[in-house]
Design a protein around this ligand. Structure first.
Ligand code: ATP
Ligand code: MG
Length: 398
């Protein structure tokens, strides 16, 4: 059966009262954005507590609709649905019987249950009567099926509204909250596996994402930069367009390399990254930073290192992967489609200036003392880095 209507299911927790229409409107906006990327003409509408996607003609592929909507946070499920006019009970029974036969086969052996909802109270039958009578009609017309009210194979929903909705299948959505229902945050996006996943996870909570990448030409190549742009585009398939701010970090890194103990390079460099990211975040209206850090993954992610790095931040820093094992992160990156790009072998600015034996338990006092060696040089470099930021608008190409 070809469906032209889809019921969008979303979690209703926490979206009572005034928040509800904000949530629904944001969700509809993101649904429209996702559907613009596929072939077909669609209408997105809402009717108390329900969002519908309706194709205006048959020029579309049902699978495209699912894959587009599986990128829209806030959607719990997508139900292909038959929506019909109310033309009387007999006609409804006929429609439902042929729906069951077409969807599940004429001779198949399966159990079902009818779940009815009557939003229009003047309908002549109440919900229980609809369930009972429709169950009977199906048993009479479809051979080999039986009713199981506890664990049915098929849960058939019949909703009496202005029109009548008939559905029984759900394609899983990504969950989360619609983009735009929370604030904006600045993702520190490198070319690695972790940070795209971290951005995805925070975007999933409805947060708009801006990103910053620290580029160190000529030590890092144009290809390394392009890889980060590609990753931003891949995350944007879920989060919506991302403004990627590219900071030229070379001179700051060289200054640190020249003036500070080499075993402290990474930690001092990371403190500067966080500072710059925070400045950009404040300028662009972001309320938090996001990183892909996870406890103990590398020397710069021991608890001591993270404490010292964090000390420069006044803004909250979200580290959604902090308790994740690498393998778990890899699995998410494969699911969301960033893994293949992340493992391309281009150099990373952190790896070029990295010491053989970086400190793993830095002391804030000592690090601050080393940073004093930068006084008189770093201020101008910092200004220049901030003032020469290149911003690239990254939109999904999928
Ligand atoms: P990732 O896989 O995200 O690159 P990683 O395991 O390589 O992480 P680090 O290199 O220590 O870890 O970086 C930790 C975090 O710092 C990254 O997840 C990212 O958020 C940020 N970061 C590191 N390098 C850069 C960079 N060049 N530009 C922007 N952010 C960076
Ligand atoms: Mg990295």
């Amino acid at each position: 059966m070809n469906f032209r209507a889809f019921l969008i299911k979303y979690a209703e927790i926490g979206i009572k009262g005034k928040n509800r229409y904000l949530f629904e409107d944001a969700l509809m906006k993101q649904i429209r954005r996702a559907l613009r990327r596929i072939e077909g003409n669609f209408k997105v509408t809402k009717e108390d507590g329900r969002i519908y996607v309706m194709a205006e003609d048959d020029d579309f592929d049902e699978e495209d609709v699912y894959s587009a909507l599986q990128h829209v946070f806030g959607i719990q499920g997508i139900c292909p649905m038959l929506q019909v006019e109310d033309e009387g009970w007999e006609k409804l029974c006929e429609t439902v019987v042929s729906y069951m036969k077409e969807t599940y086969g004429e001779e198949e052996n399966y159990s079902f249950k009818v779940q009815a909802r009557r939003a229009r109270k003047n309908y002549p039958l109440n919900s229980n009567e609809i369930c009972y009578k429709m169950g009977e009609a199906i048993l009479n017309e479809v051979p080999n099926v039986h009713v199981d009210v506890h664990k049915p194979d098929v849960m058939l929903h019949i909703e009496i509204r202005q029109k009548i909705n008939i559905y029984s299948k759900t394609v899983k959505g990504p969950g989360g909250m619609p983009i735009g229902t929370n604030g904006k945050a600045m993702l520190l996006l490198s070319g690695g596996i972790d940070s795209p996943v971290a951005g995805y996870m925070i975007a999933k909570r409805g947060v708009v994402i801006d990103a910053v990448y620290f580029h160190a030409p000529p030590y890092t190549s144009e290809r390394a930069k392009q890889k980060v742009i590609d990753l931003a585009r891949e995350v944007a398939a879920f989060s919506g367009p991302i403004n990627l701010h590219i900071v030229n970090f070379t001179d700051i890194q060289l200054a640190i390399y020249e003036k500070c103990p080499h075993d402290e390079l990474t930690i001092i460099m990371r403190r500067y990254m966080m500072k710059i990211a925070q400045d950009l975040a404040e300028k662009t209206g972001c309320l938090a930073l996001i990183t892909g850090e996870s406890i103990g993954q590398v020397a710069s992610q021991t608890m001591q290192s993270m404490a010292v790095t964090n000390e420069v931040c006044t803004m909250p820093v979200y580290r959604p992967l902090v308790g994740f094992d690498k393998q778990d992160i890899v699995e998410i990156s494969q699911q969301i489609g960033t893994f293949e790009t992340s493992i391309l072998p281009y150099e990373d600015c952190c790896t070029i200036f990295v010491a053989k034996h970086p400190v793993t338990k830095p002391y804030l006092k000592i690090i601050k003392r080393s940073e004093q060696n930068l006084n008189g040089v770093i201020e101008e470099l910092y200004e220049t880095a901030i003032n020469t930021v290149e911003t690239v608008w990254c939109e999904s190409e999928a």
